[in-house]
Write a protein that binds this ligand. Structure first.
Ligand SMILES: [Mg+2]
Length: 270
């Protein structure tokens, strides 16, 4: 028995000494960034977090409140609501999920997803827009989906119960990504009472083609419009906010992309 204890104590001693002798390579491997998609958690958030669904309801509940307010006052022109489509009224996160699982990126697989025309509505969107229609307010869908997907988009919107899902009200991207020109055309005939989107470019041209800091400054100086004339849906998976992130470079692959982005995290230690 005594022999066994002595042997065990020796083993413990060796074990305690061992970390000193560990090859430095092992530490380096552990510290290396894991090769996971940077959008894994945000994709899961939008598919599984009840908070995400609650935020969608919240956005459309506020929109409904503003709709009631707007339709109580008189307007010389017919009233309209202008909305984005993707991650504003339709959920495209299954495409992002498929891209993570298959290790591919946009535009691969996008046409296949569009042609299925089976994206689900975001929580609260269909009821809200049908209420708007019932109050005599038209809805225009201004999206940067390509024209070639117009038929599939109209079919998707129709089958999910959205009003005004037709040629005249679904306005897709023909040449430029900017949406202000298309909104200006609508504003010539309609009183636009509300804009709804998940990307700041869905609200005003001042947010297009500008840096992360300029976007933030523009949000600060227009804070009064959020929740009144502009209704924002959350989207942590993609958007122009990603393109302007410091350290972001679409040509980088993992883990280099995550390493580049990490350089710009704002911690608290000097
Ligand atoms: Mg969108």
């Amino acid at each position: 028995m005594k022999k066994k204890i002595t042997f065990f104590v020796c083993l413990m001693g060796i074990a305690l000494l061992f970390p000193v002798c560990k090859p430095p390579m092992q530490t380096a491997i552990i510290q290396k960034s894991p090769t996971v998609s940077p959008i894994l958690y945000s994709t899961l958030y939008q598919q599984y977090a009840a908070e995400y669904r609650a935020l969608c309801f919240q956005a459309y509940n506020i929109a409904d409140f503003r709709l009631n307010e707007a339709t109580r006052r008189a307007s010389a022109r017919p009233m309209a609501i202008v909305l984005d489509i993707d991650e504003t009224i339709l959920d495209n996160i299954p495409y992002e999920a498929e891209a993570i699982k298959g290790n591919f990126g946009y535009p691969e697989g996008w046409a296949e997803w569009m042609e299925q025309a089976n994206a689900e509505p975001l929580a609260g969107a269909v009821d809200f827009l049908n209420r708007a229609k019932g109050l005599g307010v038209e809805c225009f869908y201004v999206s940067n989906r390509k024209e070639i997907f117009k038929e599939a988009t109209i079919q998707n919107l129709n089958e999910k119960g959205f009003p005004f899902a037709d040629e005249a009200h679904v306005i897709l991207r023909s040449s430029s990504n900017e949406k202000q020109t298309r909104r200006n055309e609508i504003a010539k005939k309609y009183d636009i009472i509300m804009l709804i989107g998940d990307n700041l470019g869905d609200f005003d041209g001042i947010f297009e083609e500008v840096s992360a800091k300029e976007r933030m400054d523009a949000v600060n100086s227009n804070s009064r419009f959020f929740g009144s004339h502009w209704i924002v849906l959350p989207n942590a998976v993609y958007g122009n906010w990603v393109d302007v992130l410091p350290g972001y470079n679409s040509k980088l692959k993992e883990p280099e992309l995550s390493d580049s982005l990490k350089q710009h995290l704002k911690g608290f230690r000097k």
